[in-house]
Write a protein that binds this ligand. Structure first.
Ligand code: HEM
Ligand code: HEM
Length: 164
């Protein structure tokens, strides 16, 4: 995926970064209810309509995330992304954590669908994504602040202002 001379992200790549970030937070917050709706189905009881609404939201936001991630990966491959701003362990940590985000955010909707239709172990695998994402997002946000206020290398600006 290494494109030469890429100086920043395009406007569409920036919109995708923040839209996906917002959707992921939404998924992490409105989650209990989809489990309740699945449980109610197994026990033949009726979930409340509020729970059903939030479960539908989880389902469709999750599927939208799969589509948005596919678009994002395709854009990254075709238009490229700027090289990490730092060498050494900081740059390596950046590459590894970004790759982990892509893997987790593809596996989550896939395991979610399998959990929804087949349940069992798929549900447990899908649930592991919650702590994984919380750790990743926390490290990512701390890293962004470290780049901004300690290294002062303009990394945060790259994800806010499109390349020209
Ligand atoms: C759920 C929330 C988030 C997710 C899933 C996420 C995911 C990602 C991913 C995958 C990349 C790599 C983009 C690429 O090169 O293809 C990235 C870049 C970046 N993100 Fe996030 N992000 C999130 C939230 C945030 C937040 C809250 C901040 C700021 C505090 C932030 C700041 C950045 C910065 C500065 C970059 C650019 C890194 C670079 O140019 O090397 N992100 N993010
Ligand atoms: C990136 C997308 C997604 C994220 C971040 C996500 C996140 C989560 C989280 C954090 C939970 C709660 C885990 C817990 O209670 O410990 C959950 C539960 C669940 N999600 Fe997702 N989800 C995503 C996509 C989907 C999709 C597309 C479906 C498809 C139908 C889905 C179906 C479910 C189901 C059925 C549960 C309940 C699992 C159980 O209780 O066994 N998810 N999800």
């Amino acid at each position: 995926m290494g494109k030469k001379n890429v100086t920043g992200y395009t406007a569409l790549q920036l919109i995708l970064h923040w839209l996906i970030a917002a959707f992921v937070i939404l998924q992490l917050v409105f989650v209990e209810t989809i489990g309740k709706v699945v449980d109610a189905g197994e026990r033949d009881t009726m979930p409340t309509s509020a729970d059903r609404f939030l479960a539908d939201l989880h389902y469709w936001v999750g599927i939208a995330l799969l589509a948005l991630m596919a678009l994002r990966l395709w854009l990254r491959a075709s238009r490229g992304a700027p090289p990490v701003a730092q060498g050494g362990w900081v740059g390596l940590a950046g590459k590894v954590s970004h790759a982990t985000f892509y893997i987790v955010l593809i596996l989550m909707p896939v395991s979610g669908l399998l959990a929804f239709y087949l349940g069992g172990l798929f549900g447990e695998a899908h649930e592991l994504g919650k702590p994984a994402l919380i750790v990743l997002i926390s490290l990512h946000a701390v890293a962004a602040l470290y780049h901004q206020f300690w290294l002062k290398d303009g990394t945060l600006r790259r994800i806010l202002v499109p390349r020209r």
